[in-house]
Write a protein that binds this ligand. Structure first.
Ligand SMILES: [Zn+2]
Length: 105
């Protein structure tokens, strides 16, 4: 006799409100694509390569040699991936327009 039908993973979708990606630097949902050198309006990290997600201590050329780990630290302390980018990022009160998925680290 046949067991219960196993649903393929394809049929199930993670419930994310929009087909966007969480930015690896600030954990806000701002990315429409990954690895396409999109710049996050919230932290100003440039999404050079998904590679940095798993290698956060690897310097990112697109981010002036900054590592993703440094970018995350900077975002927490100064509010941008590096202090020099502060004039370009969204003011804190405008971040509410984006969903936030903070990672525990
Ligand atoms: Zn960001």
């Amino acid at each position: 006799m046949a067991g219960p039908l196993k649903r393929s993973k394809m049929g199930r979708r993670k419930t994310r409100p929009e087909p966007h990606f969480v930015y690896p630097c600030c954990d806000y949902l701002t990315l429409s694509e990954r690895g396409r050198h999109l710049i996050c309006p919230i932290c100003f990290w440039e999404d050079e390569d998904i590679y940095h997600d798993t290698n956060p201590r690897e310097p990112s050329a697109a981010n002036h040699g900054l590592t993703l780990a440094e970018g995350r630290d900077n975002f927490k302390t100064v509010g941008a991936c590096e202090a020099a980018m502060l004039p370009h990022v969204l003011p804190k009160e405008d971040r509410a327009a984006y969903l936030y998925f903070p990672l525990k680290d």
